[in-house]
Design a protein around this ligand. Structure first.
Ligand SMILES: *Cc1c(COP(=O)(O)O)cnc(C)c1O
Length: 290
């Protein structure tokens, strides 16, 4: 399937002042609900479902999970049944409503039971007919899908920036960079506290890390946590560029990139690519912050 993810020049007074060239890979434009990296992460998982002749998918996520919505939508498009274990009890919000509209069956579990996903899977009576997709869609198939982003690039870049939650996307980009034999350095911004674990996750997925730089100080207190400084940054970025970002993933990664550019981290004439990993429905859970 052909996808639409243009590579656009990003203009901002800061980039002009620091004489760096910044482009943005608009994976957010791939699909409104199977957006960004979630589309890439699902691609080979869904081929595996088809190849195994199964017609049901089970997966896992938090109440605002971009992955749940992407899976629900993709399964509906492919005529597959979907089921999800959702962390937390009695939650309801617009993202989960859309998941249900796509036909996803939601099972709410407390935080303790949610921890052991394989146990939840084993305890499903009809698990043999279900294909297991881990939380966030992470895993080897997912990283192969993400690696394809590199093949699509028209320009050449000294640096590529992306946000990281599980590190699968970053692993895929590192694999793509290696395969294409590029010198490009991959700058990864973990959105959780203690982001050093992303390096281990990347290694587990077989990704080379010698061209990877982690920026562990842009989590703003942890996953889905924000600070007024981040919210203000997101607001001005959206207004100045006309490109929507959100505070959970792309806002933190963009904040990190712009801070480093402002600090003169990159030499003049450096070419930088920011990967817009999508996930804009996450904003629906944060509207009160703006
Ligand atoms: C899920 C998600 C990520 C994190 O991707 P990982 O592969 O888990 O590191 C980044 N950005 C957005 C918008 C996401 O929805």
């Amino acid at each position: 399937m052909q996808i639409y993810s243009p590579e656009q020049v990003l203009t901002h007074p800061l980039y002009k002042e620091k004489e760096v060239e910044v482009c943005i890979k608009r994976d957010d434009m791939i699909h409104p609900f199977i957006s960004g990296n979630k589309w890439r992460k699902l691609k080979y998982n869904l081929s595996a479902v088809k190849a195994s002749n199964l017609s049901c998918v089970v997966t896992f996520g938090g109440a605002w999970s971009n992955h749940l919505l992407a899976t629900a939508c993709a399964c509906a498009l492919h005529g597959l049944k979907s089921k999800a274990f959702v962390r937390g009890e009695n939650v309801s919000n617009p993202v989960l409503t859309m998941c249900k509209m796509y036909g996803m069956e939601l099972i709410f579990v407390d935080r303790e039971s949610y921890r052991d996903k394989h146990k939840l899977y084993e305890e499903m009576l009809d698990n043999e007919s279900y294909y297991f997709i881990d939380e966030g869609g992470s895993g080897k198939e997912a990283s192969i899908g993400c690696a394809e982003l590199i093949e699509e690039l028209e320009g050449t870049f000294d640096y590529i920036f992306c946000a990281a939650g599980t590190g699968t996307t970053a692993a895929g980009l590192a694999l793509g960079i290696e395969k294409a034999e590029l010198q490009t350095q991959l700058h990864v911004v973990p959105v959780l506290k203690g982001g050093e674990f992303i390096r281990d996750e990347m290694v587990k997925l077989g990704a080379p890390i010698h061209q990877v730089v982690l920026h562990n100080d842009f989590h703003f207190g942890g996953y889905a946590r924000t600070k007024p400084e981040l919210i203000n940054f997101v607001k001005s970025f959206v207004k100045e560029t006309g490109i929507m970002i959100e505070p959970t993933y792309t806002g933190k990664a963009m904040y990190a990139m712009n801070t480093l550019i402002a600090d003169g981290y990159f030499k003049p004439h450096s070419r930088i690519l920011f990967v817009h990993t999508g996930g804009l429905t996450g904003l629906l859970g944060m509207l009160d912050k703006f």
